[in-house]
Design a protein around this ligand. Structure first.
Ligand SMILES: [Zn+2]
Length: 381
């Protein structure tokens, strides 16, 4: 039986995961690695807010998110699985006489922001004694998990929608993971991997499991460090929304630690073809009737039922931000505009520049745009 008894928490006690079911409050078990509550099927989430330790985090010259380890839900005596993720550049650029900043998450080890979550999640798998796992992904998360699993010596099988870009599947394959292609929409892939998980194999889901959210919070920590203060606005693509949630909790952690006074307005961007959270934000629950799982070049955000949708909308509202939907033509125009200033990103990343025009007048400075994934592995569009 897998267990965590040999691990220790920072206070010297035996380790327990700091998660509870959001529905029935059941703690995450000390043995096994369920992707959702064993009692009621609810989602696990952090029982306490993510924290930020200004002293431990100030370790300059180290290119990895490991310096934020105290913010992660990990026992202290497990080696952190790292490929040098994080510490990505924050580039300034002038648009319509305003200075904006690009957080270059496409420059992470496997070419996407997902590496921050994978580093934390795969370290957690090691802590739980797991040697084999499955995951589903439209591409970036699968490639990222495969790389970190390879680094840690864990065997993974990645379920991908058949429409996912060839380069992403090749990347997963190159890391030694098995790629399982599933025809039909993204939701068909999710159903296929859940059937596998019911058979008892660990489902290392970046969407269901809460571990990776603390990894995403490090983007907020770095932005604050690079700007020497809080941004006014952060614009980010939203699919499952773990990135936006991580940003929100990261900025909240900085605020609780007294590092910043206020959190930025969080602006979440979806593709009009599949924009369920934009639909609810704009039209309330009835807005969902217009949301569809349509095809989009922004394949990374083609998620019709984001698992933590309520939490994401709450975070956006609480921050004074908003949701925006962008059509296909403007996504591709945005991608081309970014390339012409030297930033080669995938169409999903271009959502943020396409949305910028909508918020430029109304959102406070400094404005940070998160560039989530590399153009090297995107489909031609
Ligand atoms: Zn439960």
């Amino acid at each position: 039986m897998r267990g965590l008894v040999k691990h220790m928490s920072a206070d010297g006690n035996s380790w327990e995961w700091p998660f509870r079911c959001t529905n029935c409050n059941q703690p995450f078990p000390t043995s096994g690695f369920p992707y959702r509550c064993e009692k009621c099927g609810g989602l696990y989430d952090y029982q306490d807010p993510i924290s930020f330790d200004p002293v431990q985090s100030a370790r300059p010259g180290r290119r990895s998110i490991e310096r934020y380890r105290r913010s992660f839900p990990l026992p202290v005596n497990v080696d952190f699985v790292s490929l040098g993720e994080g510490d990505t550049p924050l580039l300034s650029h002038r648009i319509s006489s305003r200075e904006v900043f690009f957080k270059c998450e496409h420059l992470n080890p496997t070419g996407s922001f997902k590496d921050r979550g994978s580093a934390v999640l795969v370290t957690a798998l090691i802590a739980a004694g797991i040697k084999e796992a499955v995951e589903d992904s439209s591409g970036n998360a699968g490639a990222s998990l495969s790389a970190y699993a390879a680094r840690a010596g864990i065997q993974v099988r990645i379920f991908v929608p058949e429409y996912a870009s060839g380069p992403k599947q090749s990347q997963i394959d190159a890391f030694g993971a098995q790629v399982v292609r599933i025809p039909g929409p993204r939701s068909a892939t999710a159903e296929a991997v859940q059937r596998e998980a019911e058979g008892g194999i660990a489902y290392a889901s970046h969407a269901y499991l809460p571990h990776g959210i603390a990894g995403m919070a490090t983007i907020a920590f770095e932005i604050e460090e690079q700007l020497q203060g809080a941004p006014g606005t952060v614009i980010t693509p939203v699919g499952q929304g773990t990135l936006l949630l991580g940003l929100h909790r990261g900025f909240r952690a900085l605020q609780s630690a007294g590092v910043i006074d206020r959190i930025p307005a969080l602006v979440g961007v979806q593709a009009s073809a599949c924009a369920p959270l934009w639909a609810i934000f704009s039209g309330g629950a009835s807005g969902l009737s217009v949301a569809s799982e349509g095809e989009t070049v922004a394949e990374g955000v083609r998620i019709i039922q984001p698992l933590r949708g309520d939490a994401i909308l709450q975070a956006v509202g609480e921050s004074g931000g908003r949701m925006i939907a962008v059509d296909e033509e403007n996504i591709l125009k945005g991608r081309d505009a970014l390339a012409r200033i030297g930033l080669y990103v995938e169409p999903t990343s271009a959502l943020v520049i396409a949305a910028l025009e909508d918020v430029l007048e109304s959102c406070p400075d400094p404005i940070v745009l998160i560039l989530t994934g590399s153009g090297f592995k995107a489909l031609e569009g």
